[in-house]
Design a binder for this molecule. Structure first.
Ligand SMILES: NC(=O)c1ccc[n+]([C@@H]2O[C@H](COP(=O)([O-])OP(=O)(O)OC[C@H]3O[C@@H](n4cnc5c(N)ncnc54)[C@H](OP(=O)(O)O)[C@@H]3O)[C@@H](O)[C@H]2O)c1
Length: 371
């Protein structure tokens, strides 16, 4: 059955006055610092929006093009829902999705990530009406989409799939090939129409970031975030001016692929590389060169009774003004992320890890960030 809802059908659902859900943070043993919802949160750039210090990425939910061995089934859906629920239980309430994640139609079992996230929120809300979830989604700057109206129209379709009347953060997923002024104006319109609380960009270069910031500033709207690939082994934002510009302008850097698509957890080795598309990026040769860093991450973690995953996420948070959004496929993965919070690596360890990582040639990133 086709799941994609037309704009008109979408709009009728969108205008059905659903409201944004709210949740109380729950303190966990592992994350004792999270006592109240507010202590757990940071402001996103110059906006009024507060999100948890770490979010959960939902790219893999419903996806059959890159993740999940090209198959989606009920078992995977239950695991994704469990990842969502445990995150909420542990006080992580910020979720990142996109209109292009998963499939817009039920094809080969695939389903749209926004649709799934919307369902999880709705089901949770039945049990806990006060639940509060901060949703970030993204506009795909496809070549045939022009101008500010295309942003509003895509946003309304996203809200429809999510079953929400507004989202906390709306981001331009990548820069447009014909220019970005219209898209930026569309973001501003979305704020003014109350459809989003804050706006951001993704994969934007320093120049594009500055232009977007200035254009929104003229309307009194802060550019809240730039979502870019950033991890211990992909430190391009430190080298291409993105991190420094975010810090200078008060824009939060949202770090995607923060655990290098699972590779920094230490579970993949030259003998056991990831399969599927990741296997072409993280080859046995690359993983061989990575081993000294992986070993040191593990050793450091042992001193704190932390896992490698928690160490590399903590390293990113230590860079300040960074909110990592690791992707979780199941409850165990999501639960492990919460242990990245509430403690700190020493400055010597932070420097040592950067220095060890700089001996590894980074993999190729998303080419649009260099546009
Ligand atoms: N704006 C953009 O252009 C862009 C691009 C990419 C991603 N993103 C966003 O960033 C989010 C995260 O990035 P990502 O999904 O590319 O990579 P990631 O967060 O670095 O890695 C996620 C993958 O690592 C593995 N994993 C997760 N937790 C683990 C744990 N505790 N132990 C062992 N393995 C674990 C899982 O895959 P396996 O279990 O299969 O190993 C999972 O799918 C996405 O979901 C999306 O929201 C945005």
């Amino acid at each position: 059955m086709a799941m994609h809802v037309s704009s008109i059908a979408c709009f009728s659902v969108f205008s059905c006055n659903t409201r944004v859900h709210r949740i109380r943070a729950v303190a966990s043993e592992d994350f004792a610092a999270l006592k109240t919802a507010d202590e757990n949160k940071v402001k996103l750039g110059g906006s009024d929006l507060k999100v948890t210090r770490l979010g959960i990425g939902a790219w893999s939910w419903g996806d059959t093009t890159y993740w999940n061995n090209f198959e989606w089934d009920d078992k995977k859906m239950k695991a994704a829902k469990a990842a969502f629920d445990i995150s909420i239980d542990r006080g992580i309430t910020f979720f990142d999705t996109a209109e292009v994640y998963g499939s817009r139609q039920f094809s080969m079992g695939a389903i749209n990530s926004e649709t799934l996230l919307g369902r999880f929120i709705k089901e949770r809300k039945l049990k806990d009406p006060e639940v509060e979830v901060a949703v970030a989604t993204k506009f795909a700057a496809l070549p045939w989409r022009f101008g500010r109206q295309s942003v509003l129209s895509a946003l309304k379709d996203s809200l429809c799939r999510l079953g929400l009347s507004s989202v906390e953060l709306y981001q331009l997923h990548w820069p447009g090939i014909w220019g970005n002024e219209g898209y930026i104006d569309g973001l501003g319109d979305a704020v003014e129409q109350g459809l989003v609380k804050a706006v951001g960009v993704s994969n934007y270069s320093e120049k594009r970031l500055r232009d977007a910031y200035e254009r929104l500033k003229k309307r009194g709207i802060p550019l809240a975030s730039n979502q870019v690939n950033y991890s211990l082994i992909y430190r391009a934002p430190e080298e291409n001016g993105i991190k420094a510009t975010c810090d200078e302008l008060g824009i939060t850097l949202i770090a995607y692929s923060p655990i290098a698509q699972g590779v920094l957890t230490g579970k993949y080795t030259p003998e056991n590389p990831p399969d599927g598309p990741r296997g072409r990026i993280y080859t046995p040769e690359f993983l061989t060169k990575l081993q000294p860093l992986i070993n040191r991450i593990r050793e450091i973690g042992e001193n704190y009774s932390k896992t490698s995953t928690q160490v590399v996420l903590n390293w990113l948070i230590a860079q300040e003004n960074v909110v990592p959004i690791p992707g979780a496929k199941n409850a165990e993965q999501a639960e492990e992320f919460t242990g990245a919070l509430g403690w700190s690596l020493s400055s010597e360890e932070i420097t040592e890890l950067r220095s060890l990582a700089s001996e590894i040639k980074p993999v190729i990133g998303f080419p649009v960030e260099k546009l």
